[in-house]
Design a protein around this ligand. Structure first.
Ligand SMILES: Nc1ncnc2c1ncn2[C@@H]1O[C@H](COP(=O)(O)OP(=O)(O)OP(=O)(O)O)[C@@H](O)[C@H]1O
Length: 253
């Protein structure tokens, strides 16, 4: 069902500062996520990981610096938000929720053809949710909802996929199944960037890591980045950060 034509979609950060109400949340990030990378973003709570994903998505505009997208339109990026951010009270079936992954290609008001229904069924099968089509999303367990979100991502068929804590509070079996999908996307040369807290998962499944602590502590091969020294430095840096500061000392100089 993969209709992706691999392209050289890359994401660059040029001295990027992102924040809220003009207060920086993550600052001076520079680097490039190469096409086809499989990258983990790690760091303590409040390090700016989700903020960086929101910057890539364009929902948060840079305070200073730039995000440079090569061969990539922001609308083509697929994004899996944290489970807690999804309003599940909306009366939507699993089938209709997953079908939303096709909207960008089909348009809102065009009906689905037989090929589309097949693709939706294949996506549900790929995440192990056959038989759940008519269930309201509000009745799903956390793991079932996460599988539903992955099925929607499958249909989006995006060259860049951003995942915000995709395995939080998800059991081992579901995590393993969803990690298989991530590995599959990587094999298809899609770019996958995931915010993660479980460092074992990062070490086993993500070749590249960005360690954030309001700025970049380290960025490179996971074995070089996820070290006790770097993790301790990240903790110290987040604790020392003044969240009320309008500017950092580097900007003021
Ligand atoms: N909408 C917002 N308005 C104001 N401040 C915000 C907003 N969203 C995040 N922040 C602040 O920005 C900082 C970075 O938050 P962010 O959610 O990016 O961190 P994170 O690394 O993803 O943390 P966690 O691991 O806890 O999810 C935090 O101090 C947070 O309180």
């Amino acid at each position: 069902m993969n209709t992706l034509r691999p392209r050289d979609a890359a994401i660059g950060f040029d001295n990027l500062t992102l924040g809220y109400d003009r207060h920086p949340a993550v600052h001076h990030v520079s680097g490039r996520i190469a096409p086809g990378s499989l990258v983990a973003i790690v760091g303590p709570n409040g390090a700016g990981k989700s903020t960086l994903l929101k910057g890539i998505m364009g929902t948060l505009k840079p305070l200073t610096g730039r995000i440079v997208l090569d061969n990539l339109d922001q609308r083509e990026i697929a994004y899996l938000p944290q489970l807690a951010e999804i309003d599940r009270s909306f009366p939507l079936s699993v089938y209709d929720f997953v079908a939303m992954g096709l909207w960008r290609r089909c348009g809102l008001f065009r009906g689905f053809g037989r090929g589309d229904h097949t693709r939706i069924s294949e996506a549900l099968a790929a995440v192990g949710l056959e038989g759940f089509e008519r269930r309201a999303i509000g009745t799903l367990s956390g793991g079932q909802m996460q599988r539903t979100l992955f099925a929607r991502l499958l249909l989006q068929d995006a060259s860049v996929i951003l995942l915000d804590e995709p395995f939080n509070a998800i059991d081992t079996k579901t995590t393993a199944d969803l990690l298989d999908l991530v590995a599959h996307w990587h094999a298809e040369k899609r770019t996958v960037v995931a915010v993660l807290h479980d460092l074992d998962t990062v070490r086993h499944a993500f070749p590249e890591t960005i360690l954030l602590a309001r700025e970049t502590v380290a960025w490179g091969p996971t074995r070089d980045v996820v070290t006790p020294e770097n993790l301790a430095a990240a903790r110290r840096m987040v604790e020392a950060f003044d969240r009320t500061a309008p500017l950092c000392a580097r900007d003021a100089a």
